[in-house]
Design a protein around this ligand. Structure first.
Ligand code: NOJ
Length: 681
């Protein structure tokens, strides 16, 4: 226990240790600004937590505890024993991200909870209160009656004081849980099983986000609603054998977090989860490169190339050189190549254990291509699709990553597409997969590789500890707009993503499709508006680079579709790593306008997007330094633009601006605006 405590308390200033308060019935913890209060209390020998903000309840007393395999539940017959308090105020830097510096100012309360009767087990509930929310976790010390254990259920509940409006996607604990569904909204009392982050909006405007932080060796949490109840129960993804978490004391769980904001605009930048992860473990981060990249990728999704061998094989040496040349000529930092390795030719979702991560197809000269990339100063991003055959990947991790390092590769993209209950029958968001992803991130760090994960484990802030964890999917991305049928993303999609999934961390959405009127396979006939195709205008594709943060941002279209396109200049110019981020305007599901300052440069970008409705919104550029002249390079929806029948109309203009300028941002249906602000010369 001392080991865990000293870890958790490192860099904190202990203020008070009150021992022998065995009869205390509740403990109160306040945020530094005094607005948020968390109460840990004992009611009828059961432990509860509750949160209020400005005196009004947000979470009413909600239960805590566990059930174990082969041991009594830890829920009743409890007593509050020792407690300790501390505070911290420190600032840390992010080598890459939506902000450069994070201030972690919090108060902490630790309470020891003991069973009054046999088996006399104990644990600590540790809570931290920040100005932007709270987090708490369980710490289970080593003890004679609790050593090796299996958690069957975590009993943590979130009983919302108000039947808030939830923005949700379903969670499915037993089948591949890629979190790639379309978002819905509705009251908490109507929710079934949903994913986190779960964004909740109260009638008075309060925004609350339930999520988790520092998921290291535990099962991912979803939230189970109950009909006509405002209570959500933590529900853990499972191992094949039915248990949720296997562990040995001393043990700490992830943090359960509740982010709080007065307005949608104040939810971002969200760094609550980062504050609850351990500091950076990579001493020298200079090799970790934020970058824009292109790739042999979209062609497979729109059926002009194949992953597998054959006449349309995308990952040939010649094609890869073309993409590398284009990247080098246009200031992109990397080129992703998918389908380079053997294993794609059968039904790979069923035969994914035949993937090799070191052997290339004969028409792909991996060492030659890697040398060419080095010579061009472009990172080769090596793709590793596992088909969720995780053991096959694990067996090859060391040799594959060693090879990539030898070849000078600096980033990989992993993938976990699977169609059945995989991997090995364990849940996609379960402890088995959490452990696997950690192994991948840490092995990659030791080999100088950044990681972009698709079908990932959810983001719980690992990037603070492992900044080589660059970005991930974990939501419905652009690829859905490629697949034909009716499954594309609706125009509102990204205006929801920003206030939900993106609160957990960067997303590899893959923006930048210029050929928006995709033709039907094998024809020259453009798809109709009801068929899948990006339901955005060209200006909105550009704005997504600013709105949907990722330190690796793809120029996703086929490179030939960028030839001769004036709008491509914005992709060349836009930054991917930021000093600061400010949300100028936002309504979930309607529109968002974000301003971000380029890392280390006197330059800002503004991204504005709308849903299917045309909107004009005025914003003040008061984030610019006062009295200095800037030039706004504006990429706006052109006359008559609309995602439906005129998505390509783009108007590019320049205008002088300064901190006092009020800018009218006009957006077409499904449109947006992308702006670069640079000092006037
Ligand atoms: C799904 C990923 O999201 C996509 O980017 C990738 O191309 C395919 N799987 C194949 O691995």
């Amino acid at each position: 226990m001392m080991r865990i405590r000293s870890l958790a308390l490192a860099a904190l200033v202990p203020l008070l240790v009150a021992a022998a308060t065995a009869r205390a019935q509740s403990y109160t913890l306040r945020s530094p600004d005094g607005r948020t209060t968390l109460v840990l209390a004992l009611t009828d020998t059961r432990l509860t937590w509750a949160v209020s903000r400005d005196g009004a309840p947000v979470v009413t007393p909600s239960r805590l505890g566990f059930t174990f395999r082969g041991a009594p539940r830890f829920e009743t017959g409890l007593q509050l024993a020792d407690s300790a308090r501390s505070s911290a105020d420190e600032t840390f830097t992010l080598p890459l991200g939506e902000v450069a510096r994070v201030r972690d100012r919090h108060n902490e309360l630790r309470v020891r909870v003991v069973e009054t009767a046999a088996p006399h087990r104990e644990l600590w509930v540790v809570a931290r209160a920040f100005d932007d929310g709270i987090g708490f976790r369980y710490e289970i010390p080593d003890q004679p009656n609790l050593r090796d254990f299996e958690i069957m259920d975590e009993l943590t509940e979130f009983s919302m004081a108000e039947d808030m409006k939830a923005w949700w996607i379903p969670a499915n604990i037993s089948t591949p849980d890629r979190q790639e569904m379309l978002w819905s909204s509705g009251p908490v009392s109507k929710l079934d099983l949903v994913q986190t982050p779960l964004t909740l909006v109260g009638t008075g405007g309060l925004h609350a986000v339930i999520h988790e932080a520092n998921l290291v060796d535990y099962a991912g949490m979803a939230l189970q609603g109950r009909s006509e109840s405002r209570t959500l129960r933590a529900t853990l993804a499972r191992w094949k054998d039915g248990s949720a978490v296997k562990g040995r004391t001393p043990f700490v769980t992830p943090w359960r977090t509740l982010q709080l904001a007065d307005r949608a605009e104040d939810l971002t930048p969200s760094v609550l989860g980062l504050k609850l992860n351990p500091p950076n473990r990579i001493a020298d981060t200079r090799w970790i490169r934020p970058m824009k990249y292109n790739g042999i990728w979209w062609g497979m999704h729109v059926n002009t190339m194949t992953w597998g061998s054959g006449p349309l094989h995308g990952a040939t040496t010649a094609n890869t050189r073309r993409y590398l040349d284009f990247a080098a000529a246009n200031g992109l930092g990397g080129t992703l190549v998918e389908g380079w390795n053997i294993g794609w030719d059968k039904d790979w979702m069923r035969y994914g254990d035949e993937f090799s991560f070191t052997t290339a197809y004969p028409d792909y000269d991996l060492p030659g291509v890697a040398a060419y990339a080095r010579q061009k100063g472009v990172s080769l991003i090596v793709h590793n699709e596992t088909g969720t055959f995780v053991d096959n990947y694990d067996r090859q991790l060391d040799s594959a990553f060693a090879l990539y390092q030898r070849l000078g590769v600096t980033a990989i993209k992993t993938g976990y597409v699977g169609d059945t209950i995989n991997p090995g029958g364990h849940a996609h968001q379960g402890q088995y997969m959490v452990r696997h992803h950690r192994r991948v991130i840490e092995t990659a760090a030791s080999r100088g590789l950044g990681v972009v994960m698709h079908e990932p484990i959810k983001d719980t802030g690992e990037r603070r500890t492992w900044p080589n964890m660059l970005s991930r999917e974990g939501a419905r991305g652009q690829e859905y707009n490629a697949w034909g049928g009716e499954g594309g993303n609706p125009p509102e999609h990204e205006t929801i993503l920003f206030f939900t999934r993106l609160l957990s961390g960067p997303m590899d959405f893959t923006p930048g499709i210029f050929n928006l009127l995709i033709t039907r396979s094998g024809t020259n006939v453009p798809r109709t508006p009801t068929e899948a195709r990006p339901r955005t205008t060209l200006a909105k594709q550009l704005a997504l680079y600013v709105v949907l943060h990722s330190p690796v941002q793809m120029a996703a279209d086929l490179i030939e579709n960028y030839e001769g396109q004036p709008g491509f200049q914005f992709i060349r110019d836009v930054a991917v790593d930021w000093d600061t981020t400010r949300v100028l305007h936002g309504r979930i599901g309607d529109d968002v306008i974000v301003a971000r300052k380029t890392k280390g440069r006197d330059e800002w970008f503004v991204g504005a997007i709308t849903d299917e409705a045309a909107r004009t919104i005025e914003v003040t550029l008061d984030f610019l330094p006062k009295g200095r002249p800037y030039v706004a390079e504006v990429y706006a929806d052109g006359k008559g633009a609309s995602w439906r029948d005129n998505p390509l109309a783009l108007s590019i203009s320049r205008q002088p601006v300064n901190a006092a300028t009020r800018l009218r941002i006009a957006m077409a249906p499904g449109g947006g605006q992308a702006i670069r602000l640079r000092p006037a010369r």
